[in-house]
Structures are given as structure tokens and as C-alpha cells.
Design a protein around this ligand. Structure first.
Ligand code: UDP
Length: 318
């Protein structure tokens, strides 16, 4: 099969490209290299099975051409990373909303199948856990830029769902919870690559807020294997799935675990949110996925523990 991956030079997209090519498929990557990087896909070369197209999902003609010649679309292209979104909210809104609209429109035009990645940011400040796919979204004011990402991705989800309901475009939505692993950069705010980098340099580990907020981290390999299983499952069409680990850890515990594994002499420093992001910044205190739905469909269970994830990131950095 020939797969188009939008955002395929990014962290998750490039691992997905690896997985598909290893499975004997052909892959076209469309990426504007804004947060994606050439080095993430350079090992795939210019072989018969792989093509990199540098361009944006906002380019309708290009998206039209690429979707026409693909069998299935993985739509991962998005402006991501809390820090990036706070700094560049306009890009986040236009890329994520208009870009997805274009991709879906062309998918409908050529009657193709599509999987769209969404985010646990959808749930906003809902700290009930574990969060089910149909749980409420609790968001702050639209004037707080942090919520622009959650809102844009919710529009993407609605579009994908409505294209399925109204136009019968076979679409699958996946909400990813804190995906981490080799190739992820800390440049756009993601916590784990930052902590590992800081620990390896014996520099202070920057904890935002109290450090009592918690997250669940999943290895990117577990994520991409799940995406490939889902796209091949007819019962996934028209559905939304949480994909994430249920191993909950506070950010403070995470920092200590990174220090222990790297044998670092780094100390913890606590930085108030308004200094780390912007005045009035609101963080989620907790975010745990309920994964019963996907478990029932495909027997989902992450293979990597948090300890193994950190070790794998360290191994690939040294
Ligand atoms: N965080 C932190 N130090 C950093 C970067 C992030 O303490 O250098 C915190 C951040 O405030 C949040 C958590 O780590 O509470 C996870 O942040 P990330 O941006 O990785 O993911 P998300 O907030 O989207 O879950």
C-alpha cells in the first residue's frame, strides 16, 4: 500500500514512516520542516519505497496531488508543543484548522481512508481520571492562548467525524497522551527530552509549577504500532480512541527518575508558570487516559515502562 504521512518528518511521523516501510509499504512524507527535521527521515533515503515532499498542508494543489496518488492518509501535520503554541498562536490555529480542512476535503475528493492524530489537550482542565473518549472538555477562556491548540484540534476532530457521518469518508481519530522517545526535541516545550538533556549536562532540571502535576508517558514505538493496527481495522472507522500509558508520574518524580537513571548531579529548580510560559498560564494538573475502548478492539497494552522509555531516550542521545 502507498501511505501519505503529513508531518512525516516530525518526531511521531518519522517513526511511523519507519514502521510502514519495515512492513513492506510505500511512504510519501509531506512536511514543511517547521518542527519536523530532515535528519529524522534522511536514513530512509530516496529509495523506491520512500519520497519526501517539502511543502505545507495549506498548499491545496500539492495536497490534492499527493492524496490522489496515495491509498491511505495519516494526517499528523500540526503545530505542536505548548511553548510553541503560546509563542505563535496564530500559526497554531491556521495550520491546525485550515490545514486539516484541506487534507479532509481532498481525502473526500478521492474517496480515501484517513487517520487523524488528535491530543489529550482536548480534555483541557478535566482532571478526572482515567479520561474516557466521551468525557467532557473543560477549557479556560479563549483569550488564554494555551487553549487555542485544544480548540483547533477539537475542530479537526469534528471535521473528521462529520466527513465520516455526512460524506462517508472513512476516518479514524486518535488522541495521543504524552508520546515520547528518541528524536523528540525539547525545543517546543516537551518535558522529557528537556529533563534528559539537562541531566546529561548536569545542569539544573527546570520544573514548572509545583511539580505535583502528573502525566503518563508512552513510547513512540508503542504509538506507531497502534496507529498501523488501527488503520487496518474496519471497526475503527468513525471512532475516536485514546492512546496512552496509564503509568502516572508527577513531574517531580519524573525529574528524580531521570537523575537516577543518568546518574546525574543535577538539582531541581522550580520555575513559576508565568515565567515559564506567560502571565495567567493554566496547566493541567492530571491527565490519565482510559484505554478500555482501544484495548477491547485491538488488545492494546504499551510494551515500554517509564524506566525503559527513559533508558531508551538516554541510549539514543549519547
Ligand atoms: N514542564 C516542566 N519543565 C519543562 C517543560 C515542561 O516542568 O522544562 C511541565 C509542564 O508544565 C507540564 C508537564 O511538564 O506540566 C508536561 O509538559 P509537556 O509540554 O511535555 O506536555 P503537556 O503539557 O502537553 O502534557
Amino acid at each position: 500500500m502507498k501511505f501519505l504521512i503529513t508531518g512525516g518528518a516530525g518526531f511521531i511521523g518519522s517513526h511511523l514512516a519507519d514502521e510502514l516501510i519495515n512492513g513492506g509499504h510505500e511512504v510519501i512524507v509531506l512536511d514543511n520542516l517547521s518542527t519536523g527535521r530532515l535528519e529524522n527521515v534522511s536514513h530512509l533515503g530516496k529509495g523506491r519505497n520512500f519520497e519526501l515532499v517539502v511543502g505545507t498542508i495549506l498548499n491545496e494543489n500539492l495536497v490534492d496531488k499527493l492524496i490522489e496518488k496515495s491509498d491511505v492518509i495519516f494526517h499528523l501535520a500540526a503545530a505542536v508543543g505548548v511553548e510553541l503554541i503560546v509563542k505563535k498562536p496564530l500559526e497554531s490555529l491556521t495550520t491546525n484548522i485550515r490545514g486539516s480542512e484541506i487534507v479532509l476535503e481532498m481525502t473526500e475528493r478521492y474517496h480515501k481512508k484517513i487517520l487523524i492524530t488528535s491530543t489529550s489537550e482536548i480534555y483541557g482542565k478535566n482532571i478526572n481520571g482515567p479520561l474516557k473518549e466521551d468525557d467532557d472538555r473543560i477549557l479556560g477562556s479563549p483569550l488564554k492562548t494555551r487553549w487555542s491548540y485544544s480548540t483547533a484540534k477539537a475542530v479537526d476532530e469534528m471535521l473528521a467525524y462529520v466527513y465520516w457521518k455526512q460524506m462517508q469518508v472513512p476516518s479514524i481519530i486518535v488522541r495521543l497522551f504524552n508520546t515520547v522517545g528518541p528524536r523528540q526535541t525539547g525545543a517546543y516545550g516537551m518535558v522529557l527530552p528537556r529533563f534528559v538533556e539537562q541531566a546529561l549536562k548536569n545542569e539544573p532540571i527546570t520544573i514548572y509549577g509545583s511539580g505535583k502535576q502528573s502525566r503518563c508517558f508512552i513510547h513512540v514505538t508503542d504509538v506507531v504500532k497502534t496507529l498501523v493496527k488501527l488503520i487496518g481495522n474496519q471497526n475503527a472507522v468513525g471512532e475516536v480512541f485514546n492512546v496512552g500509558s496509564q503509568e502516572e508520574v508527577t513531574i517531580e518524580q519524573l525529574a528524580n527518575e531521570v537523575i537516577r537513571i543518568t546518574k546525574s548531579s543535577s538539582k531541581l529548580v522550580y520555575i513559576p508558570y508565568e515565567k515559564a510560559y506567560e502571565e495567567g498560564f493554566e496547566d493541567m494538573q492530571r491527565r490519565v487516559p482510559d484505554t478500555n475502548k482501544i484495548n477491547k478492539l485491538i488488545g492494546f497494552k504499551p510494551a515500554y515502562s517509564l524506566k525503559e522509555i527513559i533508558e531508551d531516550i538516554v541510549k539514543h542521545r549519547q
